[in-house]
Design a binder for this molecule. Structure first.
Ligand SMILES: Nc1ncnc2c1ncn2[C@@H]1O[C@H](COP(=O)(O)OP(=O)(O)OP(=O)(O)O)[C@@H](O)[C@H]1O
Ligand SMILES: [Mg+2]
Length: 395
């Protein structure tokens, strides 16, 4: 019987083999030590889609708990337009305690505080229901965090709170100022809270435009990078151990060449390669079908939504950039468009390039060059989208 596929082609799925991030772990050690000594330096983890934010935060929780510190990791949910700061604070107050590695009944002071505010805890999970007027959200969060610390201070020197995907706070973005105010309140500074927030770079820069002083508060920042070649080979070899399946050397090289060390892309591509293996071997014969499958998977999971945000004219420019096989200047892109008769003038191309940069569909590796954000995304446009979105290509 063939062994089940050991790769993890979904965001949030813990990789079987976790590679790299040694500097990030050193950084965490330092922050935990500082927090233990009474100086909590709350920080931010930035990273594009699928780069490994959730996975790194999960490791952070494990590392902290291994050292005997208690940690709670939550994923920030999305908010509706009609929701406000109180809803955002309630979300934190409901989820942070429920993700502690402890029986909730141990949180006696916290539960009695909740009770005294006229709030009931519903069901076996942790959901609040109010019977009295809502109180000021900042005071509410401050009081809750304070009593929660009272319950836990004999159990831990540091309480590491990990908030994953804070870009989901976009409809209630004043929450950052509120969190900053609460964490810098004297009563909380005396405790052992250490907060780490993960966010996408686009999400964070939007918050910065609205509330720039919070940017100074949530420093330092860790920016997650792609894995190195060595780390990719390590993930592939170790993940395949005990499966009896072997990837040819050439295949491993191609995986790194095409994914450029992006962990999510690597997992999806390797998962498809694994499924196409014949008698326990994956060779260059399996490359093309696995790559096509990967582009379709990533299209569905990530790129379709991004691509659909591009106008008809922007799609032509994307196609031109994809067709030129290296990052190119505006002039080279305009020339290509002219030669192919795509019907856009040079000045229009300039405007469209700017918009594509803003939408995160193009990148500028240097001041004068434009390229696709990612090699696989380039392949996706060439193979599946063409110049009009439907896959049409020029003869
Ligand atoms: N260090 C790593 N080594 C190997 N695989 C990893 C590593 N980090 C993440 N992965 C894998 O990459 C994929 C994406 O990881 P993860 O979900 O943590 O990223 P993310 O940045 O949180 O994504 P999203 O933007 O969707 O929230 C998962 O399949 C995960 O198993
Ligand atoms: Mg995630």
């Amino acid at each position: 019987m063939p062994k089940p596929n050991p790769f993890t082609p979904k965001s949030g799925w813990e990789p079987k083999i976790f590679a790299g991030r040694k500097d990030e772990f050193k950084f965490l050690d330092k922050k935990l030590e500082e927090a233990r000594n009474g100086r909590s330096d709350h920080f931010l983890v930035l990273g594009e889609w699928g780069i490994g934010k959730t996975s790194v935060l999960k490791e952070f929780k494990r590392i902290a708990q291994d050292k005997g510190f208690i940690s709670s990791m939550i994923t920030v949910r999305e908010f509706r337009k009609t929701e406000d700061l109180t809803d955002a604070v309630e979300h934190l107050v409901e989820t942070i305690p429920s993700k502690l590695p402890l029986d909730l009944n141990k949180l006696k002071k916290f539960l009695s505080q909740i009770d005294s505010l006229g709030i009931q805890v519903l069901g076996t999970g942790f959901q609040l229901s109010r019977t009295t007027e809502r109180m000021d959200p900042q005071t509410f969060l401050l009081r809750c965090l304070h009593v929660l610390w009272d319950d836990l201070k004999d159990e831990t020197d540091v309480l590491l709170v990990l908030l994953d995907d804070v870009q989901n706070f976009d409809r209630v973005s004043e929450i950052f100022t509120l969190i900053k105010n609460v964490l810098s309140d004297e009563e909380i500074v005396k405790t052992g809270y250490l907060f780490a927030l993960s966010c996408t770079p686009e999400g964070w820069s939007k918050f910065m435009q609205l509330h720039h002083p919070i940017g100074r508060y949530f420093t330092p920042r860790l920016t997650l990078k792609r894995l190195s070649g060595e780390e990719c080979y390590h993930v592939i070899d170790r993940t395949l151990e005990e499966t009896g399946v072997v990837f040819e050397e050439k295949i491993k090289e191609k995986v790194y060449e095409y994914t450029e060390g992006h962990p999510y892309e690597l997992q999806v591509l390797c998962s498809n390669l694994y499924d196409n293996g014949i008698k326990g071997r994956v060779t260059l014969d399996q490359w093309s079908p696995a790559l096509n499958e990967t582009l379709l998977n990533l299209g569905e999971m990530v790129w379709d939504a991004m691509y659909n945000g591009a106008s008809e004219q922007e799609r032509k420019v994307l196609y031109a950039v994809a067709s030129l096989d290296k990052p190119s200047s505006r002039k080279e892109i305009t020339n290509f468009i002219e030669v192919c008769d795509l019907g856009l003038s040079g000045s229009v191309v300039g405007v469209l390039l700017g918009r594509l940069l803003e939408k995160g569909l193009l990148a500028k590796p240097d001041k004068y060059q434009y390229g696709l954000v990612d090699k696989l995304f380039r392949e996706y446009i060439l193979r599946y989208r063409g110049y009009d979105g439907s896959g049409a290509v020029l003869g």
